[in-house]
Design a protein around this ligand. Structure first.
Ligand code: HEM
Ligand code: HEM
Length: 219
């Protein structure tokens, strides 16, 4: 059955590539590329927020954002040897999703106001002359939180693979899950909505990239 719609999968793998790109480029000191990747992440996450209201059934926030006691109950079920499998994020996975979206969003916003103590400044750093150092240090500290949630994300995927023999990754690649045992709603969307999603994603990425135009010219 269809779980993840195409725009959501495109978003996910683009986010993965852009985060790897942002980290590799900053370590290689290629700052122009770092800010391009970072702004792409800003556009992608803005898209994802909208898609949480406009996307397919399992992309919608109301589908996976639950109250903590429900998430806690579900966590106990997941730890059982043979839990029932449902489509979409688990309640605890919903919280993980918030962190996997929130931390990169924080990184991208603080990055636009950061400076590297030498020559490079984010495009909005001139707007917050007194806050750029605080933005830079929180941007740097944010890296540890980001690496930590990504580590938890991988651990959860490996846990499902070995403990429950569920391959969640193939569902995020193909959009389909064949191991769902609870009757579930189909997550497909129409072709029109698919194109609308891709278009929306491109508009947000382009808008985020255009933040660079706000950098003051040196000449
Ligand atoms: C920088 C690294 C990554 C980040 C920031 C990230 C972020 C996310 C986010 C935000 C979601 C929630 C999807 C949504 O509803 O928007 C998600 C889900 C998912 N990701 Fe990743 N991801 C990363 C890498 C990976 C990799 C490398 C894999 C595969 C090996 C992967 C597999 C999955 C799977 C299978 C799901 C769906 C989980 C479920 O069934 O609830 N992710 N990821
Ligand atoms: C999720 C997106 C982002 C990630 C994961 C990220 C990651 C990082 C990391 C890890 C560093 C510290 C490098 C080091 O000291 O080793 C850094 C520095 C920096 N980043 Fe980003 N960044 C992101 C987005 C952005 C954006 C959008 C901009 C600007 C448009 C930006 C501008 C900067 C600047 C100016 C620095 C130097 C400040 C410093 O030395 O801490 N970043 N970034």
């Amino acid at each position: 059955m269809r779980v993840w719609d195409f725009p959501l999968r495109l978003f996910h793998w683009s986010l993965f590539i852009s985060i790897v790109g942002a980290i590799v480029s900053v370590k290689a000191d290629v700052m122009w590329l770092h800010e391009r990747f970072g702004l792409t992440i800003l556009g992608l996450i803005t898209f994802r927020i909208f898609w949480g209201f406009l996307g397919g059934h399992y992309a919608q926030f109301r589908q996976f954002l639950t109250l903590p006691p429900i998430a806690f109950q579900e966590l106990k079920t997941i730890l059982k040897p043979k839990p029932k499998t449902k489509a979409g994020h688990s309640a605890i996975g919903g919280y993980a999703t918030l962190a996997l979206l929130g931390i990169p969003l924080f990184m991208a916003i603080s990055g636009t106001m950061s400076n590297d103590d030498v020559l490079f400044e984010g495009p909005l750093a001139h707007l917050v002359p007194n806050g750029t150092d605080a933005a830079s240090s929180s941007h740097r500290i944010g890296e540890n939180f980001l690496l930590f949630v990504v580590f938890l994300h991988f651990s959860a995927i490996v846990f499902y693979k070995y403990k429950h023999k569920r391959n969640l990754t193939s569902a995020m690649v193909t959009g389909n899950a064949d191991d769902v045992t609870v009757r579930s709603v189909d997550g497909s969307i129409s072709i029109k909505r698919k194109f609308f999603g891709i278009f929306l994603m491109l508009v947000f990425i382009a808008t985020a990239q255009s933040i660079l135009l706000l950098r003051p010219s040196l000449f």
